[in-house]
Design a binder for this molecule. Structure first.
Ligand code: ACO
Length: 402
């Protein structure tokens, strides 16, 4: 018989790495990240070039299928997706059921999971490559519809159905900002900004939400439920929820008189739980290359749209003060992808609570690619160990005698 008291000795055999700071959970050929030098590449292509030259759908194809598509492949991909943009009419009942001001992320993870109920062929993950690909196409196609309907629900407007002759991003913008009463004119500046933001969010190797998708998927769980779990993981303010938290923080600083030094001091105070949102990263210890691109895009887009947002000035000042402070320099804390993205989303007309949902829309191809790679590699079920530190030999005492 096993002597249970000896189980404590497992500490000698199990590696304890809280937060998985140094533990590689998988081998992956999707995204390369060098945190010391601030390098990010999808399938070997630098993020800077992809953000400049590609469309989001092209990047989705690259991440999921491994190569940049030819024009024919891209047209076919777009066509296949356009066949699935509608969501089941009965799903509208879900939208009716949510309180009108419920958080969009809570709605999104429930709605994405519920796709498995409306498209149950997704439940058989062993059905075959073709069936798997159809589920992937359906999810890519339905996500913009679901996201835009969440937005419409929030503002109390009627939903707009997909328009399949539009490209992926324009269709999303049309369903979001279009009205039934007049034609929505799609601004190419907005389309280009949206493409760029979505591309920059499309994958980021084994972050919290992606690891969640892989670990949930490793139990042979269907794609919709696995991605829904990833959406939940993304929601937290230490991860994707930071984009909402950044704007709320900048607004607070503005309304408090714009004293940036005071807020930087607060972030350094170890007795204060406040952190500079949009600052710091588990892997980037130099700078986040996505933040660099977004900061520049922020200036360009606001200028092109003729918007003067006072929080942009506060953000820049905050970055300047923090970067010249030894607290942030010593800990290698730099602005991350979330620091400036919200200012662009806001300029495009999105309310703050939608920001993390937009992150999820961008991250979707990455999650799908990682789920698919995990299945192709036949990875075993994810199941970390622990170091047990509780009692081992307790005598049961009847409730009347406790
Ligand atoms: N403001 C103030 N201090 C910070 C910040 C911050 N934003 N981030 C880290 N620190 C400090 C910590 O207090 C700690 O200090 P200590 O060594 O004196 O204890 C040190 O820097 C290291 O921080 P950890 O929390 O140990 O770093 P970790 O890698 O675990 O966390 C994280 C990374 C979660 C991103 C963290 O930097 C953070 O909370 N940032 C703010 C939230 C945010 O912007 N999240 C988005 C990340 S990007 C993304 O997920 C899309």
């Amino acid at each position: 018989a096993i002597d249970i008291s000896k189980l404590r000795d497992l500490s000698g055999y199990v590696t304890l790495d809280s937060g998985y700071k140094n533990t590689g959970a998988t081998k992956s050929a999707i995204t390369f990240l060098d945190g010391e030098q601030g390098i990010l590449k999808y399938r070997g292509y630098p993020i800077e070039e992809l953000a400049e030259k590609s469309s989001f759908l092209e990047i989705a194809y690259l991440l999921i299928y491994g190569t940049l598509p030819t024009q024919n492949e891209l047209d076919n991909f777009q066509y296949q997706i356009s066949r699935h943009t509608l969501v089941h009419e009965d799903m509208k009942k879900f939208f009716d059921g949510f309180p009108s001001h419920s958080h969009p992320m809570g709605q999104l993870c429930s709605l994405v999971c519920s796709l498995s109920a409306f498209y149950p062929e997704s439940l058989n993950v062993h059905a075959g490559k073709e069936e798997e690909n159809t589920t992937i196409l359906k999810l890519l196609a339905k996500m913009p519809t679901v996201v835009s309907w969440i937005y419409k629900k929030g503002i109390g407007h009627p939903i707009i159905y997909p328009q399949n002759d539009l490209d992926y991003v324009s269709n999303f913008l049309n369903m979001t900002f279009g009205q039934r009463t007049e034609k929505y004119v799609i601004d190419p500046v907005v389309v280009s900004a949206m493409n760029k933001l979505l591309i920059l969010h499309a994958d980021h190797e084994q972050n919290c939400s992606t690891s969640t998708v892989r670990i949930v998927g490793s139990s042979d769980c269907n794609l919709y439920a696995s991605i829904s779990a990833g959406i939940s993981a993304l929601w937290g303010p230490l991860h994707g929820g930071a984009n909402q938290a950044v704007i709320e923080m900048l607004e607070k600083i503005k309304n408090d008189g714009g004293d940036v030094d005071k807020w930087v001091a607060k972030a350094k105070d170890k007795n204060d739980s406040f952190r500079l949102m949009g600052f710091g990263h588990r892997v980037y210890k130099n700078f986040d290359p996505r933040a660099k691109i977004i900061k520049k895009a922020c200036d360009d887009i606001l200028e092109k749209l003729g918007i003067n947002d006072p929080v942009l000035e506060i953000a820049k000042k905050l970055e300047e003060v923090a970067l010249s402070d030894p607290y942030f320099a010593d800990r290698k804390l730099y602005p991350n992808v979330d620091f400036y993205s919200g200012i662009i989303y806001r300029a495009l007309g999105f309310p703050t609570e939608m920001f993390t949902v937009l992150f999820a829309l961008g991250r979707l191809p990455g999650w799908i690619a990682q789920w698919k790679e995990m299945r192709e590699n036949k990875e075993p079920i994810g199941r970390p160990r622990q170091i047990y530190v509780g009692e081992v030999n307790q005598e049961f005492v009847e409730i009347s005698k406790r």
